[in-house]
Design a protein around this ligand. Structure first.
Ligand SMILES: O=C(O)CCC(=O)C(=O)O
Ligand SMILES: [Fe+2]
Length: 329
């Protein structure tokens, strides 16, 4: 089979559900040139600025700074109860067609583009990110806010069709380290995941050169990278992430063999089978979710009981303060 080209992964007729699904199944990626209209794109740029301006404000809980020492990105939690509405972010990333697509591929419940990254990269003459698959599987929607039409401008790119290779690599890693079908997120073992090791037979890289407003949809198991960004150049992107489940997997959570996080879209990709909440996977996910909620309540209860026990003579005045502190969590 000839290697896939940018043309192969680009859709010419806009967002036609069937075409998008076909491309995602075959290549793990679909490119929709200039999908965002000019007025929406102008507003999206303004919202990108606004979101980024909040990243260093401790009092704003719904935007946090991410990227560590490597990059200065802002992550906006669209699902946070305190988050205001960013109209264009909603318009673009919660478009009906996108909702339908995520429900099919990721299934419900899912975190429908609740995590939004507003990224700004300043060229240092290096790649933005080397080829990898993401540690936690999700479906991503990336919009170029400016033209990226030549090499050296940090275009995003993929190795089309490589998702099954990544899945295989992930599962081999998983089966080496799992205990009773699970691996705990955040433990040192978790960080041994070899998601930057390139497998034999990896299809060639395709750089996605496309105009401002282009939408790239990709399954994070397809090997992907942020390509070379020249010194003196910058890159502005907004991207949204849809994870399975109701919350991001965090420190101490169990990554389990029978959940969608292990399945990584395979069922849909191979047979088009929609995920059911009443399947074995759904029940296992529900179990972990309830377990998480229960342990959280248990630790709040312990905290409360501890306070009562150590300061019995001031229980009445203190308990009000404890309750108000707990309820802010
Ligand atoms: O910034 C880039 O081009 C790479 C992005 C990436 O790795 C991701 O969204 O998972
Ligand atoms: Fe990634």
């Amino acid at each position: 089979m000839n290697a896939a080209t940018l043309e192969d992964i680009t859709l010419k007729n806009g967002f036609q559900e069937e075409d998008v699904e076909r491309a995602l199944r075959k290549f793990g990626v679909a490119v929709l040139p200039s999908w965002v209209s000019q007025p929406n794109l102008d507003n999206l740029r303004a919202e990108w600025e606004h979101i980024r301006s909040l990243r260093n404000k401790d009092e704003v809980a719904y935007v946090r700074k991410v990227g560590g020492d490597i990059a200065d990105y802002a992550a906006f939690d669209r699902g946070s109860v305190t988050a205001p509405t960013f109209e264009t972010v909603d318009k673009v990333f919660a478009d009906d067609k996108i909702v339908q697509l995520t429900e099919k591929i990721v299934g419900r419940p899912c975190m429908l583009n609740t995590e939004i990254y507003a990224t700004h990269d300043i060229g240092t003459g290096k790649e933005v990110a080397p080829s990898h698959f993401d540690k936690t599987w999700n479906l991503k929607f990336m919009v170029y806010l400016e033209d990226i039409l030549e090499t050296g401008r940090g275009a995003f790119g993929v190795h089309p069709g490589s998702a099954p290779l990544a899945r295989q690599q992930f599962r081999a890693w998983f089966s080496q380290l799992e205990h009773n079908g699970t691996i705990t997120v955040g433990v040192p073992e978790f960080y041994t995941m070899n998601n930057e090791v390139l497998p034999e037979g990896l299809p060639p890289f395709v750089e996605i050169l496309a105009p401002a407003g282009s939408l790239i949809i990709f399954n994070t198991d397809v090997f992907h990278r942020g390509s070379f960004l020249k010194e003196g150049c910058e890159r502005k992107i907004m991207r949204a992430h849809t994870y399975p489940g109701t919350r991001l997997l965090g420190f101490g959570d169990k990554l389990s063999k029978r959940t969608r996080q292990w399945e990584r879209g395979e069922k849909w990709e191979i047979s088009g089978a929609a995920y059911s909440q009443f399947s074995e996977q759904g029940i296992v996910e529900l179990y972990y979710d309830l377990r998480h909620k229960f342990t959280k309540h248990l630790s709040v209860g312990k905290h409360f009981a501890g306070k009562m026990f150590t300061i019995p003579n001031r229980v009445l005045t203190k308990s009000a303060a404890v309750v108000s502190r707990i309820s802010k969590r």
